[in-house]
Design a protein around this ligand. Sequence first.
Ligand code: TXE
Length: 499
Amino acid sequence: MSNIDRIVETEIFVGGAARPASTGATYELYNPARPSELVGRAAAASAADVNAAVEAAHAAFPAWAELSFEERARRLREVAKALTADAEDVNYRSRLFSREHGKIARETLLEMSRLGDRFLQAAAYGERMAIDETMGPAPVGPAFDTIVTRQPRGVAALIVPWNWPLSILGAKLPQALVTGNTVVVKPAENSALAPMLTLQIIARMLPPGVVNVLTGSSREIGDVLTGHPLVRKVNFTGSVAVGKHVMKVAAENLTPVTLELGGNDAALMLEDIELNNAVFDRMYWGAFGSSGQICMALKRMYVHESRYDEVVEGFTAACERAVVGDGLLPETTMGPVNNARQLKVVTDMIAEARAKGAEVRECGQVPDEALYSGGGYFQKPALVYDADPGLSIVREEQFGPCLPILKFRSDDEAVALANDSDFGLCSSVWTPDPERALRIARRLEAGYTYLNGHGPMAQDGRGPFGGVKNSGIGRNLGYDGVLAFTEAHSISGPGGFLL
Ligand code: TXE
């Protein structure tokens, strides 16, 4: 093991300084590719640490809220620069992230750079808010002078899952900060080391208490945080079950929530779809980027029956090009699944499909068989052809490297099948005809519809992001995602008094 891969120990970050948890407790994180390899230890925060973090954020709030939007935007731009200023450190954190998470190197690097990009985007929205505030409401109605200010809410609790912690934080942290909130961030237990080191870069550049970060068991600290009376906004990304629980706990204090929960995204391949290797590769990354562990991944593929064989052939070939193995190796395109529980969800779905007679093909190349079968959480991309709509691989979110492919006969049927889901996060329509694409997209029950692509690589970060039905409440990203961290405050006087 080289020095760059030494065992890391991270602390919590409260009120401007890193320190151990109040109990001194830590927990261990292991490499999903080699589950006996210890990667590091993270501090296990206690309820007392939650109180300290929330109180630090509360104390820092008035001064931070008082700064102008422009001043906070300026600080966010400085943070964005600092996040990628030290190439060696970026490389170190990316590697660490691959080892604790399983992600391939190109994804960990993307996470590092995307976070900075989102700070820049939020800074621009902050400046837009400053302008909007002085514009007042539309110039109709009685003669009042009215300014609509956007007040920050106060302390925001930001909770992120293990799959893309930094990108997901990029959709809530800079937006919370630019609008004048202070925050307590809680990364997931099993994706904590590189996120903590990255968050500390941010926290150290801002006044003490503006950004606080807690790692540890959600059982110990989750409800204490979301139910804390000084927390004025909860922004959660994670599972449906925990999202519903968080909403109940937050309801005690009428704390507003934004919930970004699971997805079971349908992709509709229309009969006029144009097919070539680049399109098949886009389908592959839409479905199997991050080993399929992405909320907005392509999770149900519906193909017009007249093009089914062609799509299956080309897409299977793209999946066969996958190189499954250690995420640290440059040739790897698919790392392990993040944890044993998630792997079991996926392998159970595949086993159920097989048991019910479906044709299943496990694709991809495995250069290191010993590693693949050595106890790591590996699964090659598995395709279930002509899947029965009742299979759990169709009904449930897989969140891993398996995918059902199904047929449809008409646009109406495709829309009905796509909408026949408890989820409504994203979807996609694949056709060269823009009018037809739009017509169908408007009928899909989803917060985001991609055209001729799917997933993070097809997403415009200026669009608000979130879901309908079980996929959640509210929006992150875009201007809506910034406004969600504020409450409107109207200030009126007689005409001519203010403006
Ligand atoms: O989610 P959890 P996990 C789905 C996906 C995955 C499953 C479980 O199917 O297999 O959810 O993933 C924190 N109060 N998605 O375990 O448990 C927890 O510590 C406050 C889909 O990651 O919901 C972590 O930081 N916080 C989804 C975060 O909540 C609590 C993305 C998410 O944990 C808490 C992630 C509590 N009581 C998972 N309990 C998507 N589609 O984007 C837990 N947490």
